[in-house]
Design a protein around this ligand. Sequence first.
Ligand code: PLP
Length: 221
Amino acid sequence: MANSTPALIVVTKFHPAADVRTLHGLGVRDVGENRCQEAAAKAGDLAGLEPALRWHFIGQLQTNKAKSVAAYAHAVHSVDRPALATALNKAMVAEQETRGREPLGVFLQVSLDLDLPATAAADAPAGRGGVAPADLLGLAELVESLPGLRLRGLMAVAPLGGNPDAAFERLAGLSATVRESFPHAGELSAGMSGDLEAAVRWGATHLRVGSDVLGPRPAVR
Ligand SMILES: *Cc1c(COP(=O)(O)O)cnc(C)c1O
């Protein structure tokens, strides 16, 4: 388990770019977004900030948006199927050739919804997303083989209404399994405002916190 303090990613979805600028002024460097268009617009608005913000994409992502996300993202926490990994890789290889970028950091999102059938449709993930635990190692192997991506670890959202400790215990076990094959991929993106204490107990290295930092989100547009 990680003993060091987890990194805080402030989830700024629905909040305007001006608020993200304020956070940057307060020292925040890592921000999380879950909608492609909104994130691209804000990243564009704030591209001149020094030191640069690191944009973490944490939402469900269609393959046809991979190129847009690769242009600004520091990491994608929601890679949950082979088609998305290959689309992000293709976009990143182009970024590397034209702009000399580092490989894109990737967290594999695991589904911890035990009772739901796996809904890994080819390109329209249902529910909260996430690869089924049985398919996790295969996806990790694929990401490892792609030069534009760097496997960092796992991400999960605790099932609604479930016990977050049980969910994150399971995630910690899956992380240990992944580390047996990929020792460098031990990071864990887990914990939001409602369950971050449980996530820290189970070794979270990255917390994705929105409302506990920024208050309630503005109404959905
Ligand atoms: C919105 C969101 C968060 C932050 O949620 P809060 O409850 O506001 O802390 C974290 N992770 C994901 C995947 C999200 O979509």
